[in-house]
Unconditional design. Structure first.
Length: 351
């Protein structure tokens, strides 16, 4: 009898030791939920109407039990909003929580569920402000969780695959969507409804996800080596975007620049171009100390410095190949450290 009890105890201990050894090798991944379509719910499985951010994180995790095969998974609800309502306060809350998680060694990787409307902006903001080289993966969906052909479950599983892979360390913030992996700096949303909406128009995806594995093909050389410290910040400098178009009225520039921004991004035609009246209004803003950044509405390509536009003479900076919404993110963060145009211009060439 005693021998049987002893054997049973040894068996139980061996199971516990084996479980501990397995858990040691399993990455700890925290999912931070912000809402969005991936957490959306609608009344019909076949219609497009839905409300974003209704499904809590625990329900999202329970819907994809396979994620637990890739690590020790837990979730936290940071916000429950559609990403059209994403704001700087939530950005700061999110990046501070991620930095806290890594500083306290609470996890080996973080996945952020997010709406697709502003997903690229959040990804780039986190890329510039998360201090760790541990994986941070942003994921979303184009169809709500209640849709017949919803894409959120698969995207979430793929994001966990990417976050759990040791090769994802040191690659900056990544976006996992539609079986592809994108660099946060270069990815953009290209369609209002298509499942394959996220693309990197200039360079393409950095990796592919298939059969529960991620394969990387290249890594961006523009991943920031120095990050912006937002630990003590509760807001960011005001930066607005002005859209360029044929026969644009300069009053749009005056309305924006008179509202007190520290910077403006001009989404210009072609190579960041503008008509003469708009150029005059932008130059006046630059003389007042507002940082004017020329970007482009075309969606890809570089904005060249001192080429067609005399940027040095007018007091402008250029966004290089950042689209207007991402140029705004970098300009806001740059203005937390300096208002020197030359230094800000260098940031656009370095980050």
């Amino acid at each position: 009898m005693r021998k049987s009890i002893l054997l049973l105890l040894l068996f139980v201990v061996s199971i516990q030791v084996h479980a501990q050894e397995q858990s040691k090798g399993s990455p700890r991944i925290i999912i931070l939920a912000t809402g969005g379509t991936i957490a959306g719910s609608g009344e019909s499985a076949t219609k497009a109407a839905y409300t974003a951010g209704k499904v809590p994180i625990d329900d999202l995790l329970n819907a994809v039990p396979q994620i637990h095969n890739y690590g020790k998974i837990s979730g936290e609800q940071i916000a429950s909003i559609g990403s059209q309502d994403m704001n700087i306060a939530t950005w700061l809350k999110l990046t501070k929580r991620i930095n806290e998680i890594f500083a306290k060694d609470e996890a080996d990787a973080v996945v952020v569920t997010h709406g697709t409307d502003t997903q690229e902006e959040t990804a780039y903001f986190l890329d510039l402000t998360v201090m760790s080289d541990k994986p941070v993966v942003i994921v979303g969906a184009m169809r709500p969780s209640t849709a017949m052909s919803q894409d959120g479950n698969r995207n979430l599983l793929d994001a966990i695959v990417v976050a759990a892979d040791p090769k994802s360390v040191g690659k900056g913030v990544l976006v996992a969507m539609n079986e592809k992996v994108f660099d946060a700096r270069d990815v953009t949303k290209t369609s209002t409804t298509d499942l394959e909406t996220f693309k990197s128009k200039n360079f393409g995806p950095v990796g592919l996800i298939y059969d529960g594995k991620v394969q990387y093909y290249y890594q961006s050389l523009r991943s920031p080596l120095k990050k912006f410290d937002v630990t003590k910040l509760n807001s960011l400098p005001q930066v607005e975007i002005i859209y360029g178009y044929a026969d644009a009225n300069p009053n749009s520039v005056y309305c924006v620049t008179n509202s007190g921004p520290k910077g403006v991004v001009y989404a210009g035609m072609g190579n960041g171009n503008f008509n003469a009246p708009v150029g005059k209004a932008l130059a006046e803003a630059a003389k007042k100390g507002i940082i004017v950044c020329r970007s482009g509405r075309a969606g890809s390509g570089r904005i060249t410095l001192d080429n067609e536009v005399k940027d040095a003479e007018l007091g402008f900076v250029v966004s290089d190949d950042l689209n207007p919404q991402k140029a705004r993110v970098l300009l806001m963060l740059s203005l937390t450290e300096t208002s020197n145009r030359a230094k800000i211009q260098q940031n656009f060439f370095d980050y």
